[in-house]
Design a protein around this ligand. Structure first.
Ligand code: FAD
Length: 409
């Protein structure tokens, strides 16, 4: 198993729990703290019995989809949380330790495949043999092959954890998307990329405020995001008093599905597991690791299974047909959103979050069945104002091939 991020630890733990002998390879100590902070909807963890892994949990969750500062908040009525990173890492780490996962420091540079085994070659020239190689090296994986389907959109964000002259959000509040934009010039609103504020009260006088671009190709540069964040705050009479941490966030949102016939099996960012409409992934790791680990354990234990059959069984368990179809549907939807103007985007999200909780929550967490997901999208279309309907109807660029892939992934 290559990597030591959330995906690597998650799948290593699941395999170890099933008695599979796992060897991990990563350049850093796998117990070293991860750089990113991960957010998730509270009920996603509750459903897995893991609510205790949250460091923060907000019940006052909302967004703003009006243009002006005076426009009101849309309350979400569903808890949102930030992981206690150490607790999440320890959760998986303990299972790895109990299952005897062996870690080695090093960077993989190549992988060779033989009929019944594979060989990972490290930068130091070692050759490590395994029945199956799992690539959990993240979004920039050099080993998992996927088709080139044109520009990949990036979610980009610049954020500050710090102290502010006055609170950027209400005390105890979490703001998912604040699209208010009256701090921008008319030209910026018309031609600039739509960006929103993602912000929360993290306690003890500290707030996290992040200017975010949902998805765009090429991604919105950090300088622009930082400038927008500071102008947004200043417009509200808020200055940054102390910066405790700056977050620079960039990851691909709409990577095509990997080739599901290849020998290397991906998990996490390498396997295109980021939700193409929201950018979330950690909930998917937790929900999807058991099926992948079951398939790998069964394949390893079955007599006469060669390397190709083992990999194919693993990929099918990770990306069954229904998930492939939903991935195509999400990518199709994102393609449309990326073309929307700022007012269209605000109207779209206002409609989206007026859907019944089960529909928008299920859409964002990828927990709806395909028919339920289609029903949510149809309802969104019916309820949307004409400005959004028109945007949703026109087919441009790669939208048609993506729409066809919903039927035939
Ligand atoms: C700033 C930021 C914030 C995010 N916030 C959220 C969030 O709030 N919620 C959410 O669900 N998702 C979030 N995401 C999306 C996604 O969950 C993360 O990108 C996540 O870290 C991906 O996990 P991963 O384990 O696949 O890859 P990574 O976390 O990138 O880990 C990759 C691992 O592979 C190792 N590696 C890389 N190359 C090699 C090699 N050649 N040989 C050996 N090891 C190698 C690395 O050292 C590392 O250990 C965020 C992403 C970013 C960038």
């Amino acid at each position: 198993m290559i990597g030591a991020g959330p995906a690597a630890l998650c799948i290593a733990a699941a395999l170890a729990e099933r008695g599979v002998r796992v060897h991990g390879l990563a350049p850093e100590d796998p117990a070293q703290p991860w750089p990113n902070t991960y957010g998730i909807w509270g009920p996603e963890l509750d459903a897995l019995g893991l609510g205790g892994l949250l460091a923060h949990r907000w019940s006052n969750t909302c967004s703003y989809f009006g243009a002006g500062l005076a426009s009101g908040a849309v309350s979400h009525g569903i808890d949102y949380g930030l992981f206690d990173k150490t607790a999440l890492q320890q959760h998986w780490w303990r299972a790895c330790q109990a299952g005897g996962v062996v870690w080695r420091r090093g960077r993989a540079v190549a992988i060779d495949h033989h009929p019944s085994a594979s060989e990972v070659i490290t930068a130091a020239g070692e050759r490590l043999q395994a029945r199956l190689v799992i690539d959990a090296t993240g979004h920039q994986s050099g080993f998992v092959q996927r088709p080139d389907e044109g520009p990949v959109a990036g979610q980009a964000a610049y954020g500050i954890v710090g102290r502010f002259s006055s609170p950027p959000v209400d005390p105890g509040q979490f703001v998912l998307m604040d699209y208010r934009c009256d701090h921008l010039s008319e030209a910026e609103r018309r031609c600039g990329p739509p960006t929103f504020l993602y912000a929360m009260d993290v306690g003890e006088g500290l707030f996290f405020a992040e200017e975010t671009s949902l998805a765009l190709a090429p991604p919105v540069p950090y300088d622009l995001l930082k400038d927008r964040l500071l102008r947004r705050l200043r417009h509200r009479g808020i200055e940054v008093d102390q910066v405790q941490h700056e977050e620079f966030c960039l990851f691909p949102m709409n990577l095509p599905l990997p080739d599901l016939q290849q020998r290397v099996v991906g998990f996490g960012g390498s396997a295109s597991m980021v939700h193409p409409a929201s950018g979330y992934m950690v909930g998917a790791l937790l929900r999807r690791a058991p099926a992948l680990a079951d398939a790998i354990a069964a394949g390893l234990n079955a007599p006469g299974v060669d390397g190709e059959q083992l990999s194919r069984g693993a990929w099918q368990a990770l990306w069954p047909l229904e998930l492939q179809r939903k991935h195509a549907l999400y990518r199709f939807g994102l393609e449309k959103l990326m073309r929307f103007s700022d007012p269209q985007l605000r109207a779209h999200f206002a409609t989206f979050f007026s859907l019944p909780h089960g529909q928008w929550y299920g859409f964002l967490t990828n927990t709806l069945t395909l028919p339920q997901l289609i029903a949510a999208m149809v309802r969104l279309f019916v309820q949307a104002p004409w400005s959004v309907k028109i945007g949703l109807m026109g087919m441009q660029g790669r939208e048609l091939p993506l729409a066809l892939r919903i039927v035939r992934p």
